[in-house]
Design a binder for this molecule. Structure first.
Ligand SMILES: *[C@@H]1O[C@H](CO)[C@@H](O)[C@H](O)[C@H]1NC(C)=O
Length: 311
């Protein structure tokens, strides 16, 4: 092969890779940074909580429950729970977390008490500067009604409408459960689970065992990173990798995903944005008029992390 042919192949290969990744979305980067600044309910790393990322996670074969522990200690060394629970949206999130049946295929029993908890959680979320600003933005795009009750119904439909995650099964799931709680499928697969508060609480109750982080070969996470890729087991079931925002408020995560959900009509949407010091691809998948899943894919954290470091 001539040098020129190799060059052409390299160029084709690289442009092919680029095509798979969306271009940076400037408008949403600007808007999400505004939400980031408005997120006064975000916990500060090193102050309100401390992390211990420990070792790099190993490869887990799909479906396998064999996993090597590269983190003897918990991910969360400490969390100021007084502060965490004093945040209204967080305390109401925590009351919701215990409402969901872990396994898909098992019908959710929604009691009137739980409906009230959902309603109170949404009320608290909608009173935050972050969700108020998101609402305003969606109204300006003619994607939401300016009436707050109608906006609340819209949020409820996106996040809490029950649907069937598996064919021929019961109404066993909703976007909120998948993203904020996590679910097991067929008893040996852990799906969803993209919220740090649930991670922390489950780890504290010893239902969750952190196994190590994942990052690019030359990239190492820091204790102050706001997006992490983690490997863990929950009730013994392996999650080979799950990424999540760390320290952010529930309303921040919900606002980002809701905006992307409503801006797009495709089944699956990937949006590339720079938020604070991270470059992340936000993935939002719909299930009809509701949310199937939503999570951040970390592309690079703070530039200074992209270098080789040894422990
Ligand atoms: C935890 O947060 C509360 C409320 O913000 C604060 O008063 C307290 O000093 C914090 N505790 C620690 C150990 O930092």
């Amino acid at each position: 092969m001539t040098f020129r042919m190799i060059l052409i192949l390299v160029v084709l290969y690289c442009t092919g890779l680029d095509a798979a990744r969306p271009a940076l979305n400037q408008e949403l980067s600007t808007f999400f940074n505004e939400l980031w600044r408005l997120d006064t309910n975000r916990m500060s790393p090193g102050v309100d909580y401390t992390l211990s990322v420990q070792g790099r996670a190993g490869f887990v074969n799909p479906g396998s429950q064999v996993v090597t522990d590269h983190a003897a200690l918990p991910l969360f060394t400490s969390v100021n729970e007084t502060k965490l629970r004093s945040i209204t949206t967080v305390s109401r999130l925590i009351t919701l977390l215990d409402n969901y049946e872990r396994s898909t295929g098992v019908a959710e029993q929604v009691t009137t008490e739980e409906l009230l908890e959902i309603s109170q959680f949404l009320d608290a979320v909608m009173q935050t500067p972050v969700m108020k600003r998101a609402h305003q933005y969606l109204v300006s795009k003619r994607l939401s009604n300016s009436d707050v009750r109608q906006f609340k119904d819209q949020l409820k439909l996106i996040w809490f409408q029950l649907y069937r995650r598996q064919r021929n099964s019961r109404l066993d799931s909703c976007g909120f459960e998948h993203v904020f709680v996590g679910e097991t499928r067929s008893g040996n697969e852990l799906i969803g689970f993209h919220n740090w508060i649930q991670f922390y609480l489950q780890e504290k109750n010893r239902h969750l065992d952190y196994k190590g982080f994942q990052a690019g070969y030359h990239d190492l996470p820091d204790q102050d990173d706001h997006v992490l890729k983690l490997q863990f087991t929950w009730h013994g079931v392996v999650k080979p990798v799950a990424s999540a925002f760390i320290g952010t408020s529930p309303e921040f995560d919900m606002a980002l995903y809701t905006v992307i959900f409503l801006l797009n009509t495709e089944r699956s949407t990937n949006v590339l944005v720079n938020i604070d010091q991270c470059q992340v691809e936000l993935v939002v998948v719909r299930h009809g008029r509701s949310l199937e899943t939503a999570y951040p894919k970390l592309l690079s954290s703070n530039n200074r992390h992209v270098r080789q470091r040894s422990y």
